[in-house]
Design a protein around this ligand. Structure first.
Ligand code: SAJ
Length: 434
């Protein structure tokens, strides 16, 4: 199938790079976002999100004349839905007395409702947003049927998950394998034709519900594996073992690959997606549910670790290094580091936070320092929360002049304890009971 014009609904972390990449590959793209501030920013040639290389790709796409942006969709050969599916605020489900979170599918529903009046025979519609299993068949297809056309017979309908890693989106968009799940094999083929415009990785065709499960399985697998690493850290604390050393040795086994413990699991993918399984089948998902609980409890475990050494936190000044949800990104949303800061403050500590990737961030209730030095000034203790490369590279001499603190809590195994001990610091590492 040939595509002259496509319409991408949702210009966020996935939709914008996808729209820009299609346009840079010669396809006419209308990018649509219901937020007029975002559309205004993009029309000015600016971008509203930080992702390495995106500004350049977006500028190239604009300059080519292939990319335009609007708050409303138009007729096109293909429609891509890349809108957010966050948690539903203020409501949860319950199974056997245990609460679980629910997906907010309103943006997906609105996008499908915006498409159906424009739908023509032979069109392709792709859902990319992470969604609970059977969303394509049971939510999207019925809405699009209001056009009078039937998915799989009159138009093609596909679920194709994005699987790109924030920080490397533009490269992974092109190089990763792409799963295309069609409601029919002809739909899957139409989806494969579309993505083959720029995807260099393998394009694998399957059915829509399998593709939905694949996406959720990938992130759930990672979440469960991080949960077990976090439990190993707690066990190592209890048994006087260094979990990082134990993991390194266990990973010498040819079939073992334990991930890293830390202050918790953040971002808007791994800490969210497993709930989509729990929501649709709570009776089948005790492991997935409990892994989420373990990872969500990890910021509190960090607090306990700190309290064990410091005792009462009231009035203590703490420098928190790193607020991003993971290393070397500027994304602070759903970050376990910010949760640790909030919990420390609830216990009465005065926290100065330093985030080198977003020094100007304004987070409610968090005091952002203007520099590393000002975060460290007058601090009684330092807590390292994100393994940013520039933190890993810090040497004791880089900070000893700036602080009177000699107590360091390293939650991400960034610092070689011996060197810091030699410089007069006491280092308490997460998962090191020794
Ligand atoms: N984390 C650990 N220990 C680890 C690895 C990660 O505590 O060993 C933490 C991180 O610090 C972070 C969280 O987990 O807080 C998630 O980080 P991540 O790098 O594992 O994943 P994301 O959320 O940035 O991106 C994931 C990726 N999925 C997988 O690796 C299976 C990405 O490929 C997906 O496209 C993305 O979710 C998504 O959009 O779903």
């Amino acid at each position: 199938m040939k595509f002259n014009k496509i319409c991408v609904l949702g210009l966020g972390y996935i939709g914008l790079p996808t729209a820009a990449t299609f346009a840079a590959h010669g396809i006419k793209v209308l990018g649509v976002d219901t937020n007029s501030d975002i559309v205004d920013t993009l029309r000015r040639g600016d971008i509203h999100i930080h992702e390495p290389g995106l500004r350049e790709t977006y500028k190239t796409a604009l300059a080519s004349g292939n990319l335009t942006v609007s708050t409303r969709p138009e007729e096109a050969d293909a429609f891509l839905i890349a809108v957010p599916t966050p948690f539903l605020e203020g409501r949860s489900g319950e199974y056997n007395g245990q609460q679980y979170k629910l997906a907010d599918m309103r943006a997906v529903t609105s996008a499908a409702e915006a498409i159906f009046p424009l739908l023509r025979k032979g069109n392709l519609v792709v859902l990319e947003s992470t969604s609970p299993p059977r969303t394509t068949l049971e939510l999207i297809a019925p809405i699009l049927a209001r056009s009078g056309l039937t998915a799989g017979r009159d138009f093609h309908l596909v679920y194709s998950p994005e699987r790109v890693l924030p920080g490397q989106i533009l490269r992974e968009l092109i190089e990763n394998a792409r799963v295309i799940g069609g409601v029919t094999s002809e739909s899957a083929q139409a989806g494969a034709d579309l993505y083959s415009v720029f995807v260099k990785g393998e394009i694998i065709q399957t059915d829509a519900t399998t593709a939905e499960m694949v996406k959720l399985m990938e992130n759930t697998y990672r979440d469960v594996n991080i949960a077990i690493a976090n439990e190993f850290a707690r066990l190592a604390d209890k048994f006087g073992v260094d979990v990082w050393e134990a993991i390194r040795l266990a990973n010498r086994h040819p079939r073992v690959k334990i991930l890293s413990p830390g202050p918790g699991v953040g971002g808007h993918c791994i800490s969210v997606d497993p709930w989509f399984f729990v929501e649709t089948a709570p009776e089948l998902t005790p492991l997935i549910y409990n892994a989420r609980r373990v990872n969500d409890a990890q910021p509190r475990y960090v607090l306990e670790l700190i309290k064990r050494t410091v005792g009462v936190l009231k009035g203590k000044k703490i420098a928190a290094l790193g607020l991003a949800y993971k290393p070397d990104v500027d994304d602070l949303r759903e970050s376990p580091a910010t949760q640790v800061v909030h919990i420390l403050q609830t216990e009465g500590a005065q926290v100065e936070a330093w985030e080198p990737f977003k020094p100007d961030a304004k987070l409610p209730g968090i005091h952002m320092a203007a520099s590393l030095e000002s975060a460290l000034k007058d601090s009684d203790a330092i807590v390292l929360l994100v393994r940013h490369t520039e933190f890993v590279n810090l040497k004791p001499s880089d900070i000893s002049a700036a602080t009177k603190a000699c107590l360091i809590f390293d939650t991400v195994n960034a610092w070689e304890s011996d060197a810091w001990h030699a410089a007069g610091f006491q280092v308490v590492r997460l998962g090191v009971g020794k």
